[in-house]
Write a protein that binds this ligand. Structure first.
Ligand SMILES: [Zn+2]
Length: 552
């Protein structure tokens, strides 16, 4: 047999089979794939004169690289240069940062940014506040969850949003009791303003992506599912073009499946592009077309999640006229979800549906009832699935649905969920164990830039349902729903590969692509603490297709 290009000698977790870690003592790699996994002697016979030996220390372990199943990669890459409000503890602090950006920016430029939270700031901010710190300026700032937009008086004017503007379908304009827009737009109403902000060009994405790609690889992330942009891109002039170009130039750091929004569906079908197809010149390249991304409902933080039973009463006495007083809202009506999912399937495009509330999850499952919506190269999936009615749990397994969940959301959502959902919260929200037991495929992600790109704190959260930053005495959130270490690693490394229908990724058995990370063994041997070794893991070495892409 021809010698291996490289061998990894030491504790290797292959994730072979349906359960467990599949530990072996060595693997051999040739031409980008694992060619043997087994004992040291199995692999040593494949060592030739030019074979690279990667010898692990006794305190190290190798396993398949991570795939982030829900990372707005293009949006996150561009957002690095925008106003960051995630660390602004108070409204005053946030306004200070905005005033600073206003001083230095070109006078005609839009100020954009993200990261504010009604919850953290003790209420909804207003356009008038922006008018004071950035007079005359066009400003549009996304909430932390990207389901509400805070805009300046000038932005409202440019968008023509006033007293008589009706709420668009699937959206709401927050108003004073007299009906005046306050400066907060919910869900689809955000497009009224974002349509006027010049779109970043493909070149801008191309320039911004490599830096973030390097950061991801250093964290052990080898692949990403990008659920798409906050703005419509009907002819795929933005991220998809940038991913294709970068892949062709050999500059795309990670594998990417890039999803589309419904505005682009007919364009994509007309071009004959199907889910899983290459976006660059190379059909087998790193950039692929992902899913059609649909939104059933809004978010927990904005109380726009679609609910079977009403939310618990809201303590925030904000301006009247906003959504979410009762059972949230539909961003896309169930019958439209069903129609678009079927239309996409007919064109060879798989669908992922954002669903937070239990009514939204039910509607999403209903949209996948028809066999044709599930018989595609990429799997049918539900994003977030934060509150699931117990009656709907078995349907995940029966229909073979991927539950794409982001454990790190618990950090900020645990308290919100307890207040919004009361007793329902700990029983049936973030119910990862129940989902797994029902037969769902779990695929982990971070939802960056809503959360940081570092996937490791989320892995620890999935096991201990606890966060180091919670006030002392806060109970673990729904501890019955905690996952084991093995289930967590499988949901982070293998589940996402299964979601994209890849049979040759996510494990380190013979025939699989050699995407490998070497991490400290302490990450998986020591007890899982909210800020312990697993939560703070940093790989020493990362390979993609058998090539070293990061070395500490
Ligand atoms: Zn998201």
């Amino acid at each position: 047999m021809e010698p291996a290009g490289s061998v990894v000698l030491g504790q290797v977790l292959t994730l072979a089979g349906d359960h467990g870690l599949g530990e072996v003592a060595a693997i051999a790699i040739r031409d980008g794939r694992v060619i043997a996994a087994g004992s040291r002697s199995d692999v040593e016979v494949l060592i030739g004169r030019r074979t690279r030996r990667i010898e692990l220390g006794p305190d190290e372990v190798a396993l398949p690289g991570l795939t982030d199943s829900h990372l707005h990669l293009a949006e996150a890459a561009i957002a690095i240069d925008a106003i960051q409000l995630a660390r602004a503890e108070t409204l005053e602090d946030g306004l200070g940062r905005i005033a600073e950006a206003h001083q230095t920016a070109d006078s005609r430029a839009w100020l954009t940014g993200h990261g504010w939270a009604r919850d953290r700031w003790g209420g909804w901010p207003t356009a008038a506040q922006l008018g004071r710190v950035a007079p005359g300026r066009l400003v549009a700032l996304w909430a932390h969850d990207h389901h509400a937009l805070w805009v300046s008086p000038e932005a409202l004017m440019v968008a023509g949003v006033g007293m008589t503007t009706a709420d668009p379908s699937g959206g709401a304009i927050r108003r004073t009791e007299d009906g005046l827009p306050t400066g907060i737009l919910h869900e689809s109403a955000t497009v009224l303003v974002t349509a006027h902000i010049p779109a970043p060009t493909a070149a801008a994405y191309e320039a911004a992506l490599p830096r973030l790609g390097r950061d991801l690889v250093a964290l052990g992330v080898v692949a990403v599912h990008d659920p798409g942009l906050l703005r419509p891109d009907p002819r795929l002039d933005g991220p998809q073009r940038a991913y294709g170009n970068l892949a062709d130039a050999g500059r795309l750091a990670v594998r990417v499946h890039a999803s589309i929004r419904s505005e682009a569906l007919e364009f994509v079908i007309a071009r004959g592009l199907r889910s899983g197809d290459g976006l660059g010149a190379d059909a087998e390249g790193r950039a692929r077309l992902g899913w059609l991304k649909l939104f059933a409902d809004g978010s927990l933080g904005s109380r726009t999640a679609a609910m079977l039973e009403p939310f618990e009463p809201d303590t925030d006495s904000g301006p009247a006229g906003g959504p979410g007083r009762d059972r949230g809202m539909w961003v896309t009506e169930p019958k439209v979800l069903e129609r678009l999912t079927a239309r996409a399937a007919a064109g060879g495009i798989a669908t992922q549906i954002h669903a937070i509330g239990d009514a939204a999850v039910r509607a999403a499952l209903d949209a996948f009832r028809s066999e044709s919506t599930r018989a595609l190269r990429l799997r049918a999936r539900i994003e977030h699935a934060q509150l699931v009615d117990p009656a709907d749990l078995p349907r995940f397994g029966q229909l073979g649905i991927v539950a794409s969940v982001q454990p790190v959301h618990l950090r900020t959502d645990a308290d919100l969920a307890r207040r919004a959902w009361g007793a329902r919260a700990e029983r049936t929200s973030y119910a990862w164990r129940s989902l797994l037991r029902s037969g769902a495929t779990l695929a982990f992600g971070t939802d960056a830039p809503v959360e940081p790109i570092d996937p490791w704190p989320g892995l620890a959260l999935s096991i201990n349902r606890r966060w180091a930053g919670w006030p002392p005495g806060t109970a673990d959130f729904g501890p019955d729903q905690a996952l084991t270490l093995v289930e967590t690693l499988r949901a982070a490394c293998l589940g996402p590969a299964q979601a994209e229908g890849a049979h040759d990724r996510g494990r380190l058995t013979a025939g699989q692509r050699a995407d490998v990370m070497v991490i400290p063994a302490a990450a998986i041997t020591q007890s899982i603490e909210a800020d312990g070794p697993l939560a703070t893991t940093r790989p020493r070495l990362v390979l993609i297709d058998g090539k070293v892409v990061f070395e500490a």
